[in-house]
Design a protein around this ligand. Structure first.
Ligand SMILES: *[C@@H]1O[C@H](CO)[C@@H](O)[C@H](O)[C@H]1NC(C)=O
Ligand SMILES: *[C@@H]1O[C@H](CO)[C@@H](O)[C@H](O)[C@H]1NC(C)=O
Ligand SMILES: *[C@@H]1O[C@H](CO)[C@@H](O)[C@H](O)[C@H]1NC(C)=O
Ligand SMILES: *[C@@H]1O[C@H](CO)[C@@H](O)[C@H](O)[C@H]1NC(C)=O
Length: 781
């Protein structure tokens, strides 16, 4: 979001925050007299009748006024204006509909998404969603927010340079799908974790409304003169089906999300917000999405103004409405829909279709049920925001996500006894606001890394650089002096949102300016241990530190949120045993020689293109997806898992379905099932894995189960793919087991060039860490 105009609006809003009088936005007030007797206010009717009644009472002008994020009031019907645009990426965040100040000065700021994802803990994803929706609903009740939140961002983090990679759960479709599903349920569920029954999911009550964005194949801000606003992403059907779209499909089918945002970019020539195939065929018809579709901000205007995809503003408006869009973030619709209507380019059917989707969401939120105080969650208020419980969860989340990347000679954890004085050095040593990353609100409080460490031992400190950009080396010698006065050194370096953010991609993966110089000079002068803490969203090339034996330990802490400093200190002093795993591959600097515009996941040997993410990339890496150490060590064993799977094929199936050849009896592996095949439902089996903690520290550990497809799989199958994960807690010396239910057509399948998903016969491999289990899949007749 946030074009330049929008940023200005945002800033203006912040200035006037305290001047705005706080009133919850709702309709059907009990004082509204005869309006109360209209069917749309009557909660004993079902939602579709209420919405139909409401729409039937609106004039064309009133209808059009509802199709933008700032929906107008309809005073004659007792309907207040409504601001649809609220943000809550990792806590309630600054956005047009959110007002900090007065009653509600702040809200809990959880770690930036990329760090939370590193926990590989779906319970945590859910609980953060739940805490945010409690704070969001409380802010709605007291009039400081609307109830529709445009989070989460679940685009695949394809290229390490992307400025918004920090907002996402990383590069893997399974992790991103799980993150989206659990976070959305946490935001929306009113029944505290009870799974929805699919039948009622589309019309059930919402605590707040979530929105999965940005649909689809959006992961570029600006590269080599190409902007997200005019970027035409060329995406194969294979990549769409097995990489870019799965998080959205899960958001809809497992998370039952009530909002989807289409993106700025075009996909294969068509602006996503004007793509009927994507919005109506894929999203609504194939996946069964029930909810509203909103454009990224000003994306409707781009369709004419920037790309001339449409030949007039009226055509742009018609294109998006006909494609299935419901809401325009921006004001283009209110400017041009009236003339489009008069010219016959849109009609009442188009308007009513969009309005139905919009008002159903407002009604599911209870915004047409009168005073929110009398409704479910009506008692939530000020005291539910920044509660001890939520702030504790923010700390837990940061601890759970932190990734230990190097720990030579077990230098970590430090012991308070042997470190009398600790030097805390670096441009992020005393980071406060920087710990939040982007899309943040005003946090309840901050504890910086320096403050966190000070609560364990006495410290000396020096920034070493004036800022993260670290353009000069004039502060380095003072930092070196400071470091030599201490028994151990913690260097806190990395990035901030001047380096990576919305509208700003990086061009290099190296640490900015003189940071590397600062680190190596401090490390060569200081006593060991030297602990390097990297605070950033996207990966950085720190090969120099990985291979420098003066640097004993490396921690990646993402942007750890308001409690970041406490979490970092708890890990460094061993109060929390780190168990986070990288949600993205860390590449060497020369990865930036590849074009950021190349959307292909698969490598292309003929052009030297190496492909993307651990599933396909064929070049060297610095750290791998899923990498992460512990103070302990964990071992795995497949304790119960079948070695053979026979798929029954009746004799006439070979010719009728898409099986290879009828005469394949002598090649029992040479067959495949389409993922939609009815036999898929009966093919499932458990895999039990025993995990033992062989070290002397208790700790949490995420078990990541990977699949390697048979050699005979179709061209372009991934090298390996994550299929399931779970996080366990194990006392020192103890063991525990986890059982994954494998559904082969889903978990052990691959996607063909035409986008169809198949389960292929042959020798499949399941892996956890270095332990592999082979499964032979053959056909029988
Ligand atoms: C709502 O509808 C029910 C059923 O038709 C009716 O009995 C009731 O009086 C209505 N309530 C109001 C406030 O009009
Ligand atoms: C980067 O360098 C490595 C080793 O020198 C090489 O294997 C790899 O292909 C290079 N990557 C790119 C994108 O050129
Ligand atoms: C396969 O044979 C069965 C039994 O003869 C028949 O019912 C079925 O329709 C056939 N399937 C196809 C796809 O021809
Ligand atoms: C997963 O997260 C929840 C919520 O923070 C926490 O209670 C639980 O201990 C975590 N699980 C593990 C194994 O760390």
């Amino acid at each position: 979001m946030a074009s330049i105009a929008v940023v200005l609006v945002l800033q203006a809003l912040l200035l006037f925050v305290t001047a705005v009088s706080a009133q919850p936005q709702y309709a059907c007030n009990s004082n509204s007299g005869s309006i109360q007797s209209y069917a749309f206010c009557n909660t004993s009717f079902d939602l579709s009748n209420r919405v139909r009644d409401l729409i039937s009472r609106l004039t064309v002008q009133e209808k059009i006024s509802q199709l933008v994020n700032k929906a107008s009031a309809v005073p004659r019907l007792g309907i207040s204006s409504y601001e649809w645009w609220q943000e809550a990426l990792h806590g309630i965040a600054y956005s047009p509909g959110v007002q900090f100040g007065g009653n509600v000065p702040s809200a809990t700021s959880f770690p930036q998404t990329i760090l939370t994802a590193a926990s590989f803990n779906t319970t945590l994803f859910y609980k953060i969603g739940q805490a945010i929706s409690t704070e969001g609903r409380a802010m709605y009740n007291v009039g400081n927010s609307g109830a529709t939140f445009w989070s989460p961002n679940i685009n695949i983090y394809r290229d390490p340079r992307w400025g918004r990679g920090q907002e996402t759960p990383g590069e893997d479709p399974v992790l991103s799908s799980q993150y989206g599903t659990y976070f959305v349920r946490g935001l929306q569920d009113v029944n505290e974790g009870e799974p929805y029954s699919d039948a009622s999911a589309g019309l059930s009550r919402l605590k707040v409304s979530a929105c999965c964005k940005h649909f689809t194949a959006y992961d570029l801000e600006s590269w080599n003169g190409v902007e997200r606003y005019n970027f035409n992403a060329l995406v194969t059907q294979q990549d769409l089906t097995d990489t870019y779209n799965p998080p959205f499909q899960s958001c809809v089918q497992e998370g039952h999300v009530s909002g989807i945002m289409c993106s700025y970019n075009r996909v294969n020539g068509v602006p996503t917000c004007a793509d009927r195939n994507l919005l109506t065929n894929t999203l609504r018809n194939n996946w069964g999405f029930i909810g509203y579709i909103v454009s990224d901000c000003d994306a409707v205007s781009l369709i004419y103004d920037a790309t001339k995809y449409a030949s007039s503003p009226e055509d742009a408006v018609a294109d998006v409405l006909k494609a299935g869009l419901d809401l325009n973030c921006g004001s283009y619709m209110t400017q041009h829909a009236q003339t489009a209507y008069q010219a016959g380019k849109i009609n009442d059917f188009d308007l009513d279709r969009a309005l139905t989707n919009l008002f159903i969401v407002r009604m599911r939120l209870g915004l047409f049920d009168g005073d929110p105080k009398t409704q479910p969650y009506g008692t939530l208020g000020k005291s539910d925001i920044c509660s001890d419980e939520h702030q504790q969860l923010a700390l837990e989340a940061a601890c759970q996500g932190i990734v230990l990347l190097k720990n030579e000679g077990r230098s970590l954890p430090l012991s308070q006894g042997s470190v009398k004085t600790l030097a805390v050095i670096g441009p992020n040593a005393n980071a406060a606001n920087i710990m939040l990353g982007n899309y943040h609100g005003n946090p309840c409080k901050y504890v910086t890394p320096l403050q966190g460490l000070q609560s364990y031992v006495s410290t000396v400190s020096a920034p070493g650089c004036a800022s993260v950009a670290c353009t000069g080396d004039d502060l380095i010698s003072a930092a070196v002096d400071t470091a030599t006065k201490a028994d151990a050194v913690v260097l806190v370096v990395g990035l901030d949102i001047t380096q990576e953010t919305e509208t700003h991609d990086r061009t290099s993966l190296l640490l900015p300016g003189q940071q590397q110089q600062l680190i190596t000079q401090v490390a060569s002068a200081a006593k060991v241990p030297v602990i390097l803490v990297i605070m950033c969203g996207g990966p950085v090339d720190i090969s120099f530190a990985k291979y420098d034996n003066r640097i004993s330990s490396i921690l990646w802490v993402g942007y750890p949120g308001e409690a970041g400093g406490v979490a970092i200190a708890q890990v460094i002093f061993g109060e929390y045993n780190p168990g986070g795993r990288l949600p993205v591959t860390w590449y060497p600097e020369n990865y930036t020689q590849m074009s950021m515009l190349d959307m292909n996941m698969r490598p292309n040997p003929s052009t030297g293109y190496l492909g993307r993410t651990y599933r396909f990339y064929s070049g060297p890496t610095l750290f791998q997806f899923g990498e992460g150490l512990s103070f302990s060590s964990f071992q795995y064993q497949f304790t119960s898992a079948r070695r053979r799977l026979s798929v029954f094929m009746s004799s006439n199936q070979s010719s009728s379905s898409e099986l290879h050849k009828p005469s394949n009896r002598r090649k029992p592996y040479s067959f495949f099932l389409q993922a939609e095949d009815s036999r898929c439902e009966t093919l499932q089996f458990p895999v039990k894995i025993t995990v033992s903690n062989q070290g002397s520290h208790a700790g949490s550990h995420s078990v990541l189960l990977y699949h390697t497809p048979p050699k005979s799989s179709p061209t372009g199958s991934p090298k390996q793919q994550l299929i399931e994960f779970t996080r366990l807690h194990l006392e020192a010396g103890s063991e525990s087991s986890v059982t994954f239910m494998i559904r082969p057509c889903n978990h052990l399948s691959t996607v063909k060039k035409d986008g169809s998903r198949i389960f292929h016969g042959g020798m499949h491999t399941l892996s956890v860490g270095d332990v592999h289990h082979r499964l032979s899949v053959m056909q029988v007749h």
